[in-house]
Design a binder for this molecule. Structure first.
Ligand code: NAD
Ligand code: LMR
Length: 326
């Protein structure tokens, strides 16, 4: 049985995510599940309501539901931790504006993971700004391998994949090899140089380099803000879907020559990115829950400059938190 904790269990992302997990979507094989719902003190009645709805789905794989606000209890022996609980941004804000408020959450959660979770726990941070929140959690869970921490870039990957499929008149599954380098922010770098559509270079299918360097990158970088402007709330169902796929990719052997995007610890990375950052890289897995960074992708001058900018932003986020939160 896999024990899975979801924080922010009464929030809008969790309201999609929990039901996908309980249905069994995290793993490519059937796996009995114990769900641990974690949220702030005072949300117990609402968590109980969510638990009642989960029960009422009669999901065959869902064997146990626990809920509460005590982190040590909710993180006890978990195999997977989806750290969603955090404030979302509102219109006109950047995700980094949440850093000082949300970053604190991940100090306590990192500590609780280190003391209570299974030593092989895989952690995916969704709460924004997710890369630096993940760095904070990882730093406070010093008993756990740093390789077990991820921040979610999958929503950006999926957005880029869908956009390239629409523009390139292809099916979404025909778009491959998409990396989102760097930070889940407006500086992220969706890599059109290495992406393929129907097994050809995307640049040879959509023969419009200025579209890639302009509209394509900007649309993906600003998609989160566009959703907030349109919906009045930040993305939720698509974020939940991306969280499911982030975990599922770790438990599914990555097909030869392909990869997925995840922000992972930069220590020892093959691209010369500064260490001690949580940075979006191309990753592949043998399906055992672990990953390696895919080496040797080429950067043209344009990508190289953009990647330097996103790296600089992550370094400046780290500087903001290093005194109080790291
Ligand atoms: P929401 O406001 O609907 O829910 C947030 C939940 O977090 C609530 O249940 C709240 O009680 C809980 N929470 C707030 N402060 C907390 C604290 N100090 N400790 C523990 N839990 C706390 O928000 P949402 O729409 O579910 O979004 C959650 C987070 O996910 C936001 O930070 C949002 O920006 C982020 N997000 C990230 C991505 C991504 O791609 N990485 C995508 C979408 C949203
Ligand atoms: C997103 O990309 O949709 C989320 O990170 C929410 C946001 O603040 O944009």
């Amino acid at each position: 049985m896999k024990r899975i904790v979801v924080t922010g269990a009464t929030g809008q992302i969790a309201y999609s995510l929990l039901f996908r997990i309980a249905h069994g979507d995290l793993f490519p094989h059937s796996e009995p599940i114990a769900l641990h719902l974690s949220d702030l003190l005072g949300t117990e009645a609402m968590m109980e309501g969510v638990a009642m709805e989960l029960e009422d789905c009669a999901f065959p794989l869902l064997k146990e539901i626990h809920f509460g606000s005590d982190l040590e209890k909710q993180f006890d022996q978990v195999d997977i931790a989806l750290l969603v609980g955090a404030k979302p941004r509102g219109p006109g804000m950047e995700r980094a504006d949440l850093l000082m408020d949300n970053g604190r959450i991940f100090v306590d959660q990192g500590r609780a993971l280190g003391s209570a979770a299974n030593k092989d726990v895989k952690v995916v941070v969704v709460g924004n700004p997710c890369n630096t929140n993940c760095l904070i959690a990882m730093s406070h869970a010093s008993t756990l391998p740093r390789q077990n921490f991820h921040a979610m870039m999958r929503l950006d990957q999926n957005r880029a994949q869908a956009l390239l499929a629409r523009k390139g008149s292809a099916e979404v599954e025909e778009v491959k090899r998409l990396t989102i380098w760097g930070n889940h922010s407006a500086t992220q770098v969706p890599d059109f140089v290495n992406a393929t559509i129907k097994e050809k270079k995307a640049l040879d299918v959509i023969k419009d380099p200025s579209w890639f360097q302009g509209d394509f990158i900007e649309t993906i970088q600003k998609r989160g803000a566009a959703i907030i402007a349109a919906r009045g709330k930040s993305s939720a169902a698509s974020a939940a879907n991306a969280a499911v796929e982030s975990v599922r990719s770790l438990y599914t052997p990555t097909p030869a020559g392909e990869w997925f995007s995840s922000a992972v610890c930069s220590d020892g990375n093959p691209y010369g990115i500064e260490e001690n950052l949580v940075f979006g890289f191309p990753c592949r897995s043998k399906g055992d829950g672990n990953y390696e960074i895919v080496p040797d992708l080429e950067w043209d001058f344009f990508l190289k400059e953009k990647i330097a900018v996103t790296q600089k932003e992550l370094i400046s986020e780290r500087v903001c938190v290093e005194k109080e939160l790291l």
